[in-house]
Ligand binder design. Structure first.
Ligand code: NDP
Length: 307
């Protein structure tokens, strides 16, 4: 956190650089043992934003020494072809993480594809085995954005136990896993959404406010308890004063004087997402190694499928 000149910015760029440095160090140690982690990124179609995300993920992987394998498929790729590719990647021991860039074209069943990814290679944490594992508080692969938010919160607040966290948004990729991670960290958690009544009053109870609604500057000063820690996940492009700019779900200028600490947009949560994708790739490798050790050899498990 940057407290210089009373600026209470939670610097996602600096924290993500630290996370990536940790990953790089682990990759170097693995290399000494003759192992290079691999991340496969699958992109279907030519959505402009997705192309940028995929390029950034591949670049970041290369920077930290993770082998990246890019699979670009045409927009008219059928579901069976995509599922067959996912199965090949599941079976490939040099691939430790598989990321299918969303959204997929409308003729492909997104859920079916995400369910086809091996839960041990599911670096996005979207497979229902991992979603369920997170709900049960088990050590599983968890979605990158909320995991990155947790790192920012731990760095900013230290002990999170007993704090009241309010999460604005209940999507499967941000709001719900964020709430589960905060609960796991012993916070008292309230999740609010578009049908919640009196949002400002609910948000004013928050020691920690996580905004993930996708609505530019939804959260103003009157939604905040003085001294709250604010994590703004929102990324919204708006036109203002004849310029295109990115803003969060929080009115940053209004919140800054009130908050104990706050993430800017851009430069807050955004860089943490890719950093946690890299971290998850190493975690996936570790989980695969543990699974291989735990797996009984064939001759010792003749009736496993019958038991
Ligand atoms: P979704 O659109 O999937 O979900 C938005 C959630 O916010 C929904 O649960 C919705 O409620 C709720 N919501 C919408 N409007 C309001 C409102 N006025 N008051 C209260 N709740 C509201 O979005 P995502 O979760 O995918 O993303 C949220 C934001 O985070 C977006 O701006 C996205 O760009 C950004 N994002 C940033 C990432 C990063 O790396 N920094 C990564 C992923 C997302 P309901 O369920 O009732 O419809």
């Amino acid at each position: 956190m940057n407290v210089h000149q009373n600026i209470k910015l939670i610097d996602g760029k600096a924290t993500s650089a630290r996370v990536l440095a940790e990953v790089r160090e682990q990759v170097l140690a693995l290399r000494e043992a003759g192992i290079q982690p691999g991340l496969a990124v699958v992109l279907v179609g030519s959505d402009a934003a997705s192309q940028v995300y995929v390029r950034n993920k591949v670049l970041r992987a290369e920077e930290v020494g993770i082998r990246s394998l890019e699979h670009r498929l045409g927009a008219d790729t059928d579901e069976q072809t995509l599922l067959a590719l996912v199965q090949r990647l599941n079976a490939d021991p040099s691939v430790n993480g598989i990321l299918v860039q969303l959204p997929l074209p409308p003729h492909i069943d997104e859920h079916r594809v995400l369910q086809a990814v091996s839960p041990l290679k599911d670096v996005d944490g979207f497979h229902s085995a991992n979603v369920g594992g997170l709900a049960q508080g088990r050590d599983v692969l968890t979605p990158c954005t909320p995991s990155g938010c947790m790192r920012l919160l731990r760095d900013a607040c230290g002990d999170l136990r007993g704090k009241h966290a309010v999460v604005v948004g209940r999507s499967n990729i941000v709001g719900k896993p964020m709430a589960a991670l905060l609960l796991q960290a012993d916070c008292t958690v309230t999740v609010v959404h578009s049908r919640s009544r009196d949002l400002p009053a609910l948000c004013r109870q928050a020691d920690i406010l996580v905004a993930a609604a996708g609505k530019p500057r939804l959260i103003g000063a009157d939604w905040l308890k003085p001294g709250a820690v604010v994590i703004d996940v929102g990324i919204n492009r708006i036109e203002e004063d004849g310029r295109s700019r990115l803003v969060g779900d929080v009115d940053f200028a209004a919140a800054l004087p009130l908050a104990a600490a706050i993430t800017p947009v851009p430069g807050g949560v955004g860089p943490m997402t890719i950093a946690y994708l890299m971290k998850n790739t190493l975690l996936a490798l570790d989980l695969q190694q543990q699974a291989a050790l735990a797996r009984p050899s064939q001759e010792h498990a003749p009736c496993l499928s019958l038991c």
